[in-house]
Design a protein around this ligand. Structure first.
Ligand SMILES: C[C@H](O)[C@H](O)[C@@H](O)C(=O)CO
Ligand SMILES: [Mn+2]
Length: 421
């Protein structure tokens, strides 16, 4: 689309939104302040660099065999650098502990140190992104039984507790060097396939392990820990130790951040409606935006009703500054870089629609019991020209407008990822 056309469409959109009392430029500014935490594991099907040829375990699965996955740190960074040229805004990259720069050595999880992530910190500074972090309690022989940090064997528990302690220190060092707290997400797949009898015992062990690890106090200027619950995984269909009730209780009791993953609840349960409740009881929330297709399948995020409901709840809560938006999906069946762009842009588009909502007016209708008017406006808003605003934003940020990024992704595949054989 030509520059003048884009500008005209934007001016039209601006006038239409102004008639509803919405300030489009303010919405763009807020969208531009939304740093999405881009998960590193879409680029390589959650392989990492500790044992890249090992099996992905822990009840999660990347299906598909599309060529071109990142096999080295250099390839992964090159993919990210490309991604950053195709999306507007300033973002974060979320690393898992198995993505350290181990220099070809095997470094076990209870041995990792900040030095293994120094090249990531330097790279992030160079490309202008901040980093987040995740401990990795999957794809390891000490997780074979299904239990790790809540294992009955104290030696196995100690191994994972040590991993967790080290991950917190690594994340804190990242936060210190980047001058911005590093969000450290804690997800353990501990659980069982079938009718578990010792549910209380495992949960007690998990609670004790967390309490023990968190006795080491680290300033939230550097590190923000958050805990992620899950309903079930592959091979843990019957019981997951870190359930919603477990972590909701833990986060509320300890006044810490809770992670809500869109795929970690019952299939028709939405995390959107949890935001306004949890914001009353925990200091901050971390979101794992994902797309569950019938199960926690981690499909690429698209502009769905569920995603829109999520961003609407973030904005309507009036506490968007306490909600961190991260992505969590891994699709190995399509161009992996394209998967990033689709998911990131969809999240931004949903956020923009939410920011362009005349919320005050809608609340007026509620006060006056005019619920037909509320519903009608919510319907009309769906076809308002929000995309003209997004296109203009992309153009202002010098990134491809509309579908232009598809060609860029194809070129990168032709020139780079297709050569990875
Ligand atoms: C790789 C991530 O840590 C993982 O996806 C986790 O966040 C999760 O959601 C597991 O289902
Ligand atoms: Mn997740």
């Amino acid at each position: 689309m030509k520059e003048e056309q884009l500008k005209r469409a934007y001016e039209d959109a601006k006038a239409q939104y102004a008639s509803l009392g919405v300030d489009v430029d303010q919405a763009i500014e807020k969208l531009n302040n939304l740093s999405i935490s881009i998960h590193c594991w879409q680029a390589d099907d959650v392989s990492g660099f500790e044992n890249p040829d090992g099996e992905l375990t822990g009840g999660i699965q990347a299906t598909g065999n599309y060529p071109g996955k990142a096999r080295t740190i250099e390839e992964l960074r090159s993919d990210f650098e490309k991604v950053l040229t195709l999306i507007p805004g300033t973002h974060r990259i979320s690393l898992h502990a198995i993505y350290g720069d181990f220099g070809g050595e095997f470094v076990d999880r209870d041995q990792i140190e900040p030095k293994h992530f120094q090249s990531w910190i330097d790279w992030a500074k160079k490309v202008g992104v901040k980093l987040d972090f995740n401990c990795t309690l999957f794809s390891h022989p000490k997780g074979e039984s299904g239990y790790m940090i809540s294992h009955f064997d104290p030696e196995i528990r100690e191994f994972w507790k040590e991993h967790l302690r080290r991950c917190r220190r690594i994340a804190a060092e990242i936060g210190r060097q980047q001058g911005d707290p590093c969000i450290h997400n804690i997800w353990f797949p501990d659980g069982e396939k079938d009718k578990t009898v010792s549910r209380f015992a495992h949960r007690q062990l998990m609670k004790e392990a967390l309490d023990d690890v968190f006795t080491e106090k680290i300033s939230t200027d550097y590190l923000k820990d958050c805990v992620e619950c899950k309903l079930f995984g592959i091979g843990s269909e019957s019981y997951v130790v870190g359930s919603h009730e477990f972590y909701m209780g833990y986060a509320v009791k300890n006044n810490m951040m809770l992670t809500l993953d869109a795929g970690h609840f019952h299939p028709t349960e939405s995390i959107a409606d949890k935001i306004s409740s949890m914001l009353l009881f925990v200091p901050e929330l971390n979101l794992h935006v994902s797309r569950p297709e019938r199960w926690d399948s981690d499909h690429v995020v698209i502009l769905s009703d569920e995603l829109l409901a999520l961003t609407q709840e973030i904005v309507r809560s009036g506490h968007a500054d306490r909600v961190h938006v991260g992505l969590d999906y891994f699709d190995a069946s399509i161009n992996r870089l394209g998967a990033y762009i689709v998911g990131i842009r969809a999240t931004q588009k949903a956020m923009l629609q939410a920011l362009l909502e005349p919320t005050r007016q809608l609340r007026e209708f509620e006060l006056q019991d005019k619920n037909f008017q509320r519903l009608a406006y919510l319907e009309e808003l769906k076809s308002m020209p929000w995309n003209a605003v997004y296109n203009y934003y992309c153009q202002q940020q010098n990134v491809p407008v509309g579908d232009a990024y598809i060609q860029d992704v194809q070129e990168y595949e032709d020139q780079v990822t297709s050569k990875r054989v």
